[in-house]
Design a protein around this ligand. Structure first.
Ligand code: AHR
Length: 549
């Protein structure tokens, strides 16, 4: 981490890739910014929720180089006895990723789990039709569980609802979770795994609303099948937590209708519903970075819309049960999503979805981290999609690993997004995002803007046991430093433990294997601590400030 003086820090942040002129005193949207102060009161009694440790999970799909060459590469100089890359395991272990979704994604809808268990020499090489890739099946259920235990993460299993039946789903639960004495549990034991894997979390299919999905179906049909599968799975293991397949996103013509119809069929049998979304600085934002910085508000909106539909079905059913939300695919992804970036050409471990991430992507990911914590009362599971090589914070080559820019805000969510999320109401200057353009998956529906968007997006967490609190702040202002005034209502900060910032003069700067530290966090000069504190946040930045109480 770089350490710089306050003057250097703010100067550097001021050397913007965008021209900073006297006119910018009016702001890019012509709004006079005489005062660049956002005020917020921190009251530990005003809590959103205890943050579920699974809020900052991730995702590894059997796709591209995520598994093969990514986490599993027996020929690598870093491979352990199981063929797992130890350098990648260390990164993930040190990050502390709490839950990882596997094996897909689109891949799972054509995946036969039986192809991936038993002696490796007997496993078939098959054609994965989702990504047109040669799947050798050398990495399957037992390898994933072994790997997950080594890195200290909980598995979140995706089920094949495309070509797979409800019976197949229940058989996999039996294979994983029943101790012995049944067909599938004994098969697992014959494969060398005496103890059950005890997989608790299951995604009941993937994006089944999407015409691109193998086995895509109508909402009612999916809901009936999900209810049937859930009943069968619970008959095998009543402790499983089941996530129904929600809409693939607001761009879908069936958005909301899908979720409502599905839940009308399976509400009583599942525990949660999935949300997916990818953002980009595309036509949707008019390729305007200032608008792009506001896009985490689209995540807030999507979460609130899906909560509404869940609760409407709950009311309709007079159910006593409240569903949780599993935002099990979220990230920036817009460059590597066509042509050879999504076509494996029937080869093994092709370079697919290898999205490069720059500073502005990292800032937005910071905003998305804030949005997840803001909704931690209902979002109990979420997965940054994905983790290694495929739309990922971690890239590999044969000589080591690279941290993409988005690694850092994600790591802060993991490190500081703990304890209780506090409800705060920042008040400060804003700019207008009246409208948005066409999203990347445009279906011709108008997308509303956000109206007034505050320059600072702020979240706060409180860890009573550790006697610490953390402030997370995205400064969306691309040209100006903004000040955050913290008023502590009932807590007394005593010292700064850490104040780290992602910022820089070039929003498009990124890390490469040749220049891996181009965009990394900087240690910012500590603000004076008190019941009323002023924190200076450089232009174009995402920061975390942790305080001892
Ligand atoms: O994460 C990449 C892909 O995006 C997944 O396979 C699919 O579920 C989504 O459309």
């Amino acid at each position: 981490m770089k350490k710089v003086s306050r003057r250097q820090f703010l100067q550097q942040a001021g050397r913007t890739g965008l021209a900073v002129t006297a006119a910018s005193a009016l702001g890019r949207f012509g709004i006079a910014q005489t005062q660049r102060v956002t005020r917020v009161t921190i009251d530990s009694n005003r809590q959103i929720s205890e943050i579920n440790p699974h809020l900052f999970g991730s995702f590894l799909e059997q796709l591209g180089r995520a598994i093969y060459e990514g986490i599993y590469d027996p020929k690598s100089k870093f491979a352990d006895a199981d063929g797992f890359r130890t350098d990648v395991m260390k990164e993930i272990h040190d990050l502390g990723v709490p839950i990882i979704r596997w094996p897909g994604g689109n891949f799972v809808s054509g995946y036969h789990w039986l192809d991936g268990v038993g002696p490796k020499k007997d496993r078939p090489a098959v054609l994965d039709r989702a990504w047109n890739t040669l799947e050798t099946n050398q990495f399957g259920t037992n390898e994933f569980i072994t790997w997950a235990r080594k890195v200290g993460t909980e598995p979140l299993f995706g089920l094949n609802f495309g070509t797979g039946s409800a019976e197949d789903a229940a058989a996999l639960v039996e294979y994983c979770n029943v101790e012995k004495g049944t067909k599938w549990s004994d098969l697992r034991r014959s494969h060398g795994y005496e103890k059950p894997h005890n997989v608790k979390y299951w995604c009941v299919g993937n994006e089944m609303d999407g015409p691109w999905q193998i086995g895509h179906m109508e909402a009612r049909e999916y809901g009936i099948k999900a209810a049937d599968a859930a009943r069968q799975m619970r008959a095998v293991d009543e402790t499983v937590k089941l996530v129904a397949c929600g809409s693939s996103g607001p761009f879908m013509p069936t958005y909301i209708t899908w979720d409502r119809t599905v839940l009308e069929q399976c509400y009583e049998y599942v525990d949660g519903i999935s949300l997916h979304r990818y953002w980009g600085n595309t036509d949707e934002t008019g390729h305007d970075s200032q608008k792009y910085m506001a896009m985490n508000l689209a995540m807030d909106r999507q979460i609130e819309e899906i909560i509404s539909v869940c609760d409407a079905v709950r009311a309709q059913k007079r159910s006593g049960k409240q569903l949780f939300l599993s935002f099990d695919e979220w990230n920036v992804w817009y460059r590597a999503r066509s042509g050879d970036a999504v076509n494996g050409r029937r080869t093994e471990a092709p370079h697919l979805l290898e999205e490069p991430y720059n500073l502005e992507d990292a800032l937005l990911v910071g905003g998305l981290v804030n949005s997840l914590m803001r909704h931690s009362d209902r979002v109990k599971v979420a997965c940054l999609a994905q983790l290694v090589n495929v739309i990922a914070p971690i890239m590999t080559n044969k000589d080591g690993v690279l941290r993409n820019t988005i690694f850092y805000p994600y790591s802060w969510g993991l490190k500081y997004g703990r304890g209780r999320a506090l409800s705060i109401e920042p008040e400060g200057p804003s700019y207008e995002v009246a409208s948005l353009g066409k999203p990347i998956e445009d279906i011709g529906l108008a997308v509303p803007g956000f109206g007034k968007v505050q320059y600072l997006d702020v979240m706060a967490t409180y860890q009573p046991e550790q006697k610490t609190a953390t402030i997370f702040a995205l400064n969306r202002d691309l040209e100006n430093e903004q000040e955050l005034e913290l008023n502590w209502h009932d807590l007394t900060p005593s010292r700064v433990i850490a104040f780290e910032t992602m910022t820089g003069s070039d929003l498009k700067a990124l890390n490469t294997f040749a220049d891996p530290k181009k965009v990394v966090p900087q240690t910012a000069p500590s603000p004076s601590v008190g019941l009323k504190m002023s924190v200076k946040l450089p232009a174009r930045s995402y920061s975390v400030l942790t305080l001892a109480l």
